[in-house]
Ligand binder design. Structure first.
Ligand SMILES: [Zn+2]
Length: 259
């Protein structure tokens, strides 16, 4: 299924004196199954909303487009709550979505990548699959906590994100998780990973997936595209006020952006 893009009415960017398409507050994405991200009308930062696909249970997976494409402006995708029991880092992304317009980055945020897992507060999707083991790079059958699914990209959530990332072709992807508290700096581009760790004030770490990562989203992206995908882990209970305020600002600063 192709994503449904909602084009928004043009409005005038504050102070710029130019007709630039920005959000006239956009309509909420139709979502009869009730994804948490569609309950709030997105704020002024949103220039477009797209449903990138649907979960096993038919819940919409919305992506919100913030910032503006332009020459020299990096394209960035932020993903959180791929594991439905890692519920806090989505507040970084919803804070960016719901706040003032973002400048200096062509930014997409997917706050709740696993809406079925989020609804039930479980790591897995509705078929018991760990989406971060279902991607078709070094995939291997596994069961239990790290259930890989019955085949590479067997899950609709995986295929939705693959389509979306192929189309957007971002320069950078940050995949937010909990609770390991650190940035994996054994990465495709270590200097970038170190910049992320420094700017977000997180320790540098190596995440080994208990003896070898298989079928993760960042592995697939890094093997397939010229861009860089990086896992960023916060702790078990980071303060929501921190995530919504200083952390959201630091994430923009990683890319030389602001509001
Ligand atoms: Zn996780």
């Amino acid at each position: 299924m192709r994503g449904v893009r909602v084009r928004l009415a043009a409005a005038t960017l504050l102070g710029a004196g130019l007709a630039v398409p920005v959000a006239a507050p956009p309509p909420a994405v139709a979502d009869p199954a009730g994804s948490a991200d569609t309950a709030v009308a997105p704020g002024r930062a949103v220039i477009g909303t797209e449903v990138i696909g649907r979960s096993v249970r038919g819940r919409a997976i919305p992506a919100f487009h913030l910032g503006q494409p332009g020459p020299g402006v990096p394209t960035v995708v932020l993903v959180s709550t791929m594991h439905g029991d890692e519920r806090r880092t989505r507040h970084i992304l919803t804070s960016l979505r719901d706040g003032a317009p973002v400048r200096g980055v062509d930014l997409w945020v997917v706050p709740t990548y696993n809406p079925d897992g989020f609804a039930r507060a479980t790591r897995h999707n509705a078929r018991g699959v760990d989406l971060n083991r279902n991607y078709p790079t070094r995939w291997r059958r596994a069961e239990g906590r790290y259930d890989s699914g019955r085949a590479p990209a067997s899950e609709p959530e995986t295929r939705a994100m693959m389509r979306f990332l192929r189309r957007v072709d971002p320069d950078y992807v940050l995949s937010f998780h909990q609770p390991l508290h650190g940035v994996d700096t054994l990465a495709k581009r270590p200097a970038f990973a170190q910049r992320v760790a420094r700017t977000l004030r997180l320790p540098r770490k190596t995440f080994s997936c208990n003896g070898g990562c298989r079928g993760t989203m960042t592995m697939w992206f890094n093997a397939t595209f010229r861009g860089v995908a990086l896992t960023v882990e916060y702790g078990a209970r980071p303060a929501l006020r921190e995530l919504r305020g200083p952390v959201a600002r630091r994430v923009l600063r990683v890319f030389g952006a602001g509001r």
